[in-house]
Design a binder for this molecule. Structure first.
Ligand SMILES: NC(=O)c1ccc[n+]([C@@H]2O[C@H](COP(=O)([O-])OP(=O)(O)OC[C@H]3O[C@@H](n4cnc5c(N)ncnc54)[C@H](O)[C@@H]3O)[C@@H](O)[C@H]2O)c1
Length: 268
């Protein structure tokens, strides 16, 4: 999939990785970028700054909740009906420890997984009827490995990778390209106040900040767009995630012991 001239939708784009994806899509010559987020105020400011830099005709925005299929239809329509690229990037980091509530489980699964399922239901038929397109998800390294401290995040991100794999296996040879972005720590609003968290939340944020380098969102965006342009499924901004994933598959018991050691070090 070529980014130059493409139309694209990015969710969770008020800041962080989503805003960086919007910025890089525009810099690489996307024809139209539709930015969306639940946070209308921050979204407007981000979109207006990008429109001032790249042209008002190349940037649109709509405040929306990605868990609504109707909202996804509106976003696709704003991008001309059949966006070339849809990046399901919105996500939440909610629920820590076994005490995570049913509401936190439901919200995590709704935003981090079901919003992708609903978006694919809207977009895949349109792509099959037209000239195809690219469905990219921002999952996480947590979706390949795990997320210490947060069972809700670990499980919902694993499910997001699982759904993206299924989409690729089912539609990848019929014109629907699929990509999954799986970073470790990235410097965004999601991670900015993690050092004050305690208990399981402290373990979760400590795991994010100490597992690897905290990356700049613009560099993470480049890795996903390179994967989209290169036709790759997995986009791994932290190269060691691929090695850890292979080690986990080769010897799951040894890998689990290593995760236990890492957890104990974070609890101290
Ligand atoms: N920051 C990291 O270290 C890291 C690492 C791996 C994966 N991720 C993933 O990257 C994605 C982007 O996160 P980020 O780090 O930029 O943090 P972020 O909090 O800045 O971005 C997430 C955005 O999603 C929006 N959002 C949440 N629920 C929504 C909903 N129901 N509808 C629409 N928008 C909604 C939020 O308002 C927010 O702007 C997330 O899926 C996150 O899980 C982040």
């Amino acid at each position: 999939m070529e980014v130059t001239g493409a139309s694209a939708v990015v969710t969770g784009a008020a800041g962080g990785i989503g805003a960086a994806l919007g910025q890089r899509l525009l810099e690489r010559g996307a024809g139209l970028v539709v930015l969306s987020d639940l946070d209308a105020t921050r979204l407007s400011a981000t979109a207006e700054a990008m429109a001032a830099e790249h042209g008002v005709d190349r940037v649109a925005h709509l405040a929306a909740d990605v868990t609504s299929e109707t909202a996804i239809e509106q976003l696709a329509d704003l991008a001309g009906g059949v966006p070339d690229i849809f990046i399901a990037n919105a996500g939440i980091f909610s629920g820590f420890g076994l005490e995570s509530t049913d509401a936190e489980w439901a919200a995590s699964l709704d935003v981090n997984l079901m919003s992708h399922v609903r978006a694919a239901r809207v977009l895949v038929p349109r792509w099959l009827d037209e000239n195809g397109g690219c469905f990219a998800v921002t999952a996480s390294a947590a979706g390949l490995l795990t997320q210490l401290g947060s069972p809700t995040y670990a499980t919902s991100k694993r499910a997001a990778v699982g759904f993206a794999e299924w989409l690729a296996a089912t539609y990848g040879d019929r014109g629907v390209q699929v990509a999954a972005l799986c970073p470790m720590g990235v410097r965004t609003p999601m991670t900015e106040n993690g050092d004050v968290a305690e208990g399981d939340a402290g373990v979760a944020h400590g795991a994010v900040s100490s597992a690897g380098d905290m990356m700049d969102p613009l560099d993470v965006a480049d890795v996903l767009l390179d994967a989209i342009e290169g036709g790759q499924f997995l986009a791994l901004p932290h190269a060691q995630v691929g090695e850890m994933y292979a080690q986990k598959a080769a010897d799951p018991d040894r890998w689990t012991s290593g995760m236990q050691r890492f957890r104990r070090s974070l609890e101290r």
